[in-house]
Design a protein around this ligand. Structure first.
Ligand SMILES: [Zn+2]
Length: 440
């Protein structure tokens, strides 16, 4: 009976986007392994199915049970991506659903672990995120849905035939086209740089950057000598949205969705983390083999049709592609291999110097502070990422950007920050492109 009621209520609400009223985002800084364990205990409730959570609760062997309500707790980890990566001394940002938000707050207060409430009401933050007031269907200074981005990419290619062309490198799980823009003046034996956005569905500022990048190219070609030189001598492949199904889902159903939308065998949970799905130390560290987790590595490397399409394209253009740049948010970091281990990449010194130069170019514009370094030591170990895969496949200049901010807004970064975010990031990408042009 309960099952039927739950199914009916899920069906009833699935027609419109899920709301986030009363949901909070906490930033907690565990001071010790005991504190980490405490957060883990909270998070374990999140992984406990409804029926088991009741049993768990009834067992009365945990202090937190006295306060936790009799339904399962949902914590959604924003930074790091999963509870498994939480360490003493490093802060953790997570979202607590409304039914548990006050309990979580009370438990944290009781625990004496330092914490702040970053977002007091997520729904309110999501409304405020759309602060541009721009009426146009497409704008570089607002968040555009997938249909709008696809219409934009068709249009910008049509308007700039000598500079931009659009092709399709595959289709998504749900059958949507994966469009790729090639930006550059035609020429022979050109080196190329591959840039992708929108791996993780909820990181909306990422696709905004890919659009901005192409806009800058078409507006600056023949006007700005640096851009003209780059486009005369390099091709840029730009994939504006890699995880198209997930992105659509964040607009239609659940703004906080991260993964792809593929069905998993033997699980009712949907989706794989596309940035754990590449063949680079696949599923060894910082990734989950549980289909319900947000860092699920998938059934096998490139199990996701979108990952496979991307990897196939890079493999078949390996002779020209000299750099791989993947855009994520948030944390303000510029990372390079490796993330699947602590070992230094064989080009570590050069990559580190390029990252240093790129970050200083970025910071020069608005003073935005970035950290940089190998993924494993700078952020945390995470296997199966596209940057490590590209590097091991032979693309030497492989970088991951984690754009603004550092957590004040997180995934709810307001539209009014799209312009400065893209402007500063563009300086870093151009720095990398110049280095590639002169050194690759
Ligand atoms: Zn991401």
């Amino acid at each position: 009976m309960w099952t039927i009621l739950i199914l009916v209520s899920i069906a009833a609400v699935s027609a419109e986007p899920r709301g986030f009223q009363g949901e909070k985002v906490f930033r907690v800084t565990p001071q010790s392994y005991k504190d980490v364990e405490f957060i883990r205990t909270l998070a374990n409730y999140a992984k406990t199915p409804f029926s088991k959570a009741r049993t768990f609760h009834d067992s009365k062997d945990l202090e937190v049970e006295k306060i936790l309500p009799r339904f399962y707790l949902c914590l959604d980890f924003w930074v790091p991506d999963t509870i498994d990566l939480v360490e003493p001394g490093k802060h953790v940002d997570f979202r607590a659903e409304s039914q548990v938000a006050f309990d979580v707050q009370a438990l944290l207060q009781q625990s004496k672990i330092p914490f702040e409430i970053m977002i007091d009401d997520l729904e309110e933050a999501l409304v405020k995120q759309r602060d541009s007031n721009i009426r146009a269907v497409h704008s570089y200074e607002k968040y555009n849905d997938l249909d709008t981005i696809n219409a934009w990419s068709a249009n910008i290619a049509a308007q700039n035939p000598g500079l931009v062309s659009r092709s399709q490198i595959g289709s998504s799980y749900e059958g949507r086209p994966l469009y790729l823009l090639k930006v550059g003046k035609s020429g022979s034996n050109k080196k190329a740089i591959f840039i992708d956005c929108g791996f993780h569905a909820r990181e909306w500022v990422s696709p905004a950057f890919c659009q901005w990048f192409v806009k800058d190219a078409v507006e600056s070609y023949g006007v700005n000598s640096q851009v003209t030189n780059l486009l005369n001598n390099l091709d840029f492949y730009v994939l504006p949205v890699m995880n198209v199904d997930g992105y659509v889902y964040t607009w239609s159903s659940n703004r906080m969705w991260r993964k792809t939308r593929s069905v998993n065998k033997n699980s009712s949970c949907i989706g794989t983390d596309p940035n754990r799905n590449f063949n680079a130390g696949w599923c060894t560290v910082g990734a989950s083999s549980r289909a319900c987790d947000d860092t699920y590595c998938g059934a096998s490397p490139e199990s996701e049709i979108e990952s496979k399409a991307l990897a196939n394209f890079i493999r078949s253009n390996l002779s020209s592609i000299k750099a791989y740049v993947t855009i994520h948010s948030y944390s303000q970091m510029l990372l390079f291999p490796y993330s699947y281990s602590y070992s230094l990449a064989k080009d570590h010194t050069e990559l580190n110097n390029v990252a240093k130069g790129a970050v200083s170019a970025l910071t020069a514009l608005y003073g935005t502070k970035y950290t940089y370094g190998p993924g494993g030591t700078t952020i945390y170990l995470a296997a199966g990422g596209s940057d490590d895969w590209a590097y091991d496949t032979g693309v030497k200049y492989s970088f991951t950007f984690e754009l603004r901010d550092t957590g004040r807004y997180g995934f709810t970064l307001p539209e009014s920050q799209i312009k400065p975010t893209c402007e500063e990031t563009l300086l870093a990408v151009k720095y990398i492109a110049n280095h590639v042009l002169n050194n690759a």
